[in-house]
Design a protein around this ligand. Structure first.
Ligand code: URP
Ligand code: ZN
Ligand code: ZN
Length: 467
């Protein structure tokens, strides 16, 4: 059978390292050749004049079909990964969440069931460990070595549901490190949150703004400092998910003074939206109920600075959409509003328009945050996350001139609102390729259900992550 081939001509190829005008020749699923004035005979020639050609985005933090708070997030692996492809994200790393009392492998199987034959984009899994005991300890090696799951999440919040204690975190860190994996953490003090939620509810303060008030920065900075100390005590590598505020970032800054190895992720909403959103009328604040909550403009500034200073390596989304009807579960009690918001489709374009065009980050940093660092940290590089000969032909032809508006009316995420409704952006993903196939072209999907492939990841056998 003849292999499909594509030649992309005249684009400005942008990677995390540099940029140059170059043509890219793709055969089958792989990039075969990068150079000037390529003359390969290809089945299709795509003219990228005036456009950037960037690696496909990797969203390292998503929740498709997550059963959570009495409902389930509204994007399936099919709708969510397709929305990602529309917005230049070709790979996601989703969380398979252990049901307390059950096995980790059971969780992984459940998530494979949701994704296999359905995902349009490529996917990998982290496992969220909610119950670490002798039996789950015995599963870690197999998960890393046989199933390619190398990162394990712990929740320091969601008391009574997903939260684990410090001892479990520490024991998990030690076990996964033996096999070259590492722990990622949702850092919020679950006891502090639970007690302040109870207090507000007792006082009759039930509206969405009290979601944010019940989880102030101290909840996050305390847990961040604690998990950093736990990791430091055993010289374990650590990745902190969805960091939102200056106080937590300063804990990381302090940890670097003792040369601690730590990776930090923030999410696009924490860079661009602030806590005034919780005051939107008609229960509109519920759209932004997520944990940790949106913070202040000062915190946003601190996060942008943290990116520039290299303290934050990854910008993800924590894509976890719930429709407005689902949000209404908490109309009389903010603590019952399902936590999470959509974002996968808008991350790459928002970060260009609000980050690069506003002079906050360079084009190289943009690519690094959205693709290269997640690939490196999570064991997908250089197959994913960059443009290199022999790597997967996952790439985006990005037109930096096109102006467009974000709206729930036109987005592809299965959610009836968009947190950035009405925002005018400049720069658009024109064509997205996944493993050598045009996945989306000018808003039209060209591949469908089941094209996405599971990506087993590679652990660092030296027992730490070196990026
Ligand atoms: O509000 C959020 N973040 N929902 C998803 C679960 C989590 O904490 O990551
Ligand atoms: Zn979380
Ligand atoms: Zn999450």
């Amino acid at each position: 059978m003849k292999t499909n081939s594509i030649l992309i001509k005249n684009g400005l190829m942008v990677t995390a390292a540099d940029e140059c005008l170059a043509d890219i020749y793709i055969e089958g699923e792989k990039i075969q050749c990068i150079g000037k004035g390529l003359t390969h005979q290809a089945d299709q020639v795509l003219d990228a004049t005036g456009c950037y050609v960037i690696p496909g985005g990797i969203d390292a933090h998503t929740h498709m079909e997550l059963p959570f708070m009495g409902t389930a997030s509204s994007d399936t692996f099919e709708t969510g990964t397709l929305a990602g492809l529309h917005g230049g994200t070709t790979t996601i790393i989703d969380f398979a969440i252990q049901t307390p009392g059950e096995s980790l492998e059971g969780a992984l199987n459940q998530w494979h069931e949701k994704a296999s034959g359905k995902a349009v984009g490529d996917y990998a899994f982290h496992i969220a460990v909610t119950d670490f005991n002798d039996s789950t300890r015995g599963e870690i090696q197999v998960l890393i070595e046989r199933h390619g799951v190398t990162s394990f999440k712990t929740f320091m919040a969601y008391k009574g549901a997903l939260m684990v204690d410090d001892r479990q975190i520490l024991n998990l860190m030690a076990e996964v490190k033996k096999f070259g994996g590492f722990v990622t953490t949702h850092a919020e003090n679950g006891d502090l949150v639970a007690s302040s939620v109870a207090q507000y509810l007792t006082e009759g303060k039930v509206t969405p703004e009290f979601h944010a008030k019940s989880r102030p920065p101290i909840c996050e900075s305390e847990a961040t400092g604690r998990v950093l100390d736990l990791a430091y005590s055993g010289d374990h590598p650590l990745y902190i998910v969805h960091m939102t505020c200056e106080d937590a970032l300063n804990r990381v800054r302090m940890a670097t003074l003792r040369n601690q190895k730590v990776f930090v992720e923030t999410c696009v909403q924490y860079l661009l939206l602030d806590d005034s959103r919780y005051l939107e009328e008609n229960f509109g604040g519920a759209k932004y109920v997520m944990s940790p909550p949106l913070r202040t403009p000062r915190d946003q500034e601190a996060l942008w600075n943290g990116i520039e200073q290299g303290l934050i390596q990854v910008v993800a989304t924590d894509h976890c959409p719930f429709c407005l009807e689902q949000k209404r579960m908490g109309i009389q009690n903010f603590s019952k509003i399902p936590n999470g918001a959509p974002g996968i489709e808008n991350r790459v374009e928002l970060l260009y328009s609000e980050g690069v065009l506003k002079g906050r980050i360079s084009r190289q940093k943009w690519v690094d945050l959205i693709a290269t660092q997640p690939a490196r940290i999570f064991g997908l590089f250089p197959k994913k996350g960059t443009l290199s000969i022999g790597g997967d032909a996952d790439l985006v032809i990005f037109d930096p001139k096109v102006k467009h508006m974000i709206s729930a009316k036109t987005h592809h995420m299965n959610c009836d609102y968009n947190p950035y409704e009405g925002w005018q952006l400049q720069g658009q993903c024109r064509t997205t390729l996944l493993r050598g196939q045009i996945a989306v072209d000018r808003g039209q999907a060209k591949i469908g259900k089941g094209y996405g492939r599971y990506l087993p990841r590679i652990a660092n056998q030296s027992g730490g992550i070196h990026v």
